[in-house]
Design a protein. Structure first.
Length: 195
């Protein structure tokens, strides 16, 4: 006589072997109980995997919905710097997390890099390497394709910039004005092409 247990049997943890049950029956019962745990774990991993796979496309869609996310290359010919001269080249990478990394070569041929975190909650976030000495930036949304940034040094605003992505998502423009590290006023209009 063998005791058989199913995964739905509520007495799994409470059953005791019958005195008439031989050793082979006890081994069968242990195997069936262990099989139940395996089936539950298999179901758990299948469900968890399905949920993860369902969330990945929504995360990609969110990144695609943000028109600023991507890598942008400065179009020096279409940009205007007052006072000049413009940088020789510049690439700007905007991540879905809000991290913006700028890499380029300045007018003197030297590497110039900066980075900052851009969030649209109006709070200050750290900035480093900015040409005007800004150490923080605060942002806000104007519309779906336009955001505004205020760069600050020691809490004092030194630059206001408006970032706009074209409706087709291929061009980023930055209109900025403020004071550079030498205390000189500037007004720039930068045009970037999406890579």
């Amino acid at each position: 006589m063998h005791a058989t247990l199913s995964c739905d049997d509520s007495s799994i943890g409470q059953s005791k072997p019958s005195p008439f049950e031989n050793r082979e029956g006890a081994a069968t019962r242990k195997f069936k109980v262990k099989g139940c745990a395996t089936n539950h774990m298999r179901r758990y991993f299948l469900i968890t995997g399905a949920v993860i796979l369902a969330l990945i496309p929504s995360g990609l869609a969110m990144a695609q919905d943000d028109p600023f996310v991507g890598t942008w290359k400065l179009n020096v010919a279409k940009s205007h710097y007052d006072p000049g001269p413009p940088p020789k080249s510049q690439n700007r990478t905007w991540e879905s997390s809000g991290k913006v990394t700028v890499r380029g070569i300045d007018a003197m041929g030297k590497p110039k890099n900066s980075e900052f975190t851009f969030k649209t909650d109006g709070r200050d976030y750290p900035a480093s390497g900015a040409t005007n000495g800004a150490d923080s930036v605060a942002g806000k949304i104007i519309d779906a394709n336009t955001v505004q940034a205020t760069f600050k040094m020691s809490g004092k605003p030194i630059e206001a910039a408006t970032y706009t992505v074209s409706k087709n998502g291929k061009v980023l423009t930055i209109a900025s004005k403020g004071t550079n590290a030498s205390g000189q006023s500037f007004k720039n209009f930068q045009v970037y092409d999406k890579q």
